[in-house]
Structure formats: C-alpha cells, structure tokens
Design a protein around this ligand. Sequence first.
Ligand SMILES: C[S@@+](CC[C@H](N)C(=O)[O-])C[C@H]1O[C@@H](n2cnc3c(N)ncnc32)[C@H](O)[C@@H]1O
Length: 211
Amino acid sequence: MRKKSRIKGILNQEIWKREGKYSAPLPGAKILRGLEAGPLLDIGCGYGRLLEHLRNLGFSNLFGIDFVEKPLRKIDFAMVAVGRAEALPFRDEAFAGAFLVGILSSILEDEGRLRVFQEAFRVLKRGGRLFLSAFAVNKHYAEKYRKGLEEFGIYGVFRSSHGGVFRHTTEEELRDLFVRAGFKILRMKRMPFTTMHGNRAEGFVALGEKP
Ligand SMILES: C[S@@+](CC[C@H](N)C(=O)[O-])C[C@H]1O[C@@H](n2cnc3c(N)ncnc32)[C@H](O)[C@@H]1O
C-alpha cells in the first residue's frame, strides 16, 4: 500500500531558494523550430537558465513561472510570475510552447504530476508543443530507491543526501502522463544526464504536441 501521507506536502522549497547548478538538458534550436512567434512558457523556470537560452537563440515573448519567488528576481528580460505548475495562472490556449525542465522530479504525488501535464495542455494552443527533460529511474540510484520504497511506498522516490525528497520517472509513467493529459508524443529519448551535484544519472527528453 502506498504511504501517500508521507509525501503529501513535501515541496523542497527551501532547496529551490538556493541557486543550484541545474543540469537537465535544454532544447536545441532544431526542436524549437516553428515556435519563433511564441509566446513560450517555462514552467518551474528557477533563475531563468532556459529563458536565457531561449533569448540567446533569438526568441522573445517569453514567460516564466515558479513557486519560489527568490530566483525569479534575477530575470529581467521575460515576464515572470510566482505560482504553481499544478494551477497555472494563465488563460486557455495562450502559448505556442511550454517547457518542463528538471521540475517533474520535485512533484511527488501521482495526482500532482498529472495535473501539471493537464495544465500545460490547457494553456497551449492547438498544435502547441510541450518540451520536457526529466530524470529517469536509473541503476545508479537503486539503493536510494530501495530505502525510498520502504519510507514512501513508491519506487523512484528517494531522499537526496543534499536534502529534499525527489521522484524519478519511468518511461511508462512519462508516456502515460503525456497521453492522459491529451498530448501526442512526438519524441521520447532516454539519455545520460548529470545531476545538479555532478552525479551521473539518466533521463528522458521528450516532446509532446497538443493535437
Ligand atoms: C531543478 S530546478 C530547475 C529550474 C529550471 N527549470 C532549470 O532547469 O534551470 C526545479 C524548479 O522547479 C520549481 N518547482 C518545483 N515544483 C514546482 C511547482 N509545483 N510549481 C512551480 N514551480 C515548481 C522549483 O522552485 C525550481 O525552481
């Protein structure tokens, strides 16, 4: 039986107040083709690593949202808002593209994870795209997952030695999240990732489209 109450309310917000060396892969110019007119929304934008990357590639009309206010203060070239990925404060079909980069691992509960995909779907225009980078359940973390399973009842949830509780994803779960929210999956690739503390891991880079 899942010990849901143990993960309910864990938000890791103290960790996100410190600026991390975030490392989840960012989309390259090729994958962003067709999104030039925007607007683009970075969900869980932190201090704006992806927004800066997009600006450097020539994109404008950029928006970011994060539930921690402090890192947002660094961003002066995009519209940013404090808010939850599970309840985006934007109207339906407002964006041509949305991004979930490195955020999924800090949303622990099944319902919250689905809600985030549903919200991204809601705010995208038809034909709009959702790009995602997310850490995968991988062999380097087997011992941490074993302890996490005992404590939280979900394989893939673990306590980081640097503080915080996180959840890695399986390909099956990721596909399910995209599809249940309504997306068509255009790409899904498993590849090597590095964690923000420089450890080896693996992750998924994926692209979905709102039909
Ligand atoms: C690992 S950082 C990645 C930041 C940025 N996407 C990047 O890759 O540079 C995760 C970010 O997601 C934000 N976050 C986590 N859960 C969130 C939620 N439920 N709603 C909004 N932001 C959230 C955190 O505050 C943090 O800034």
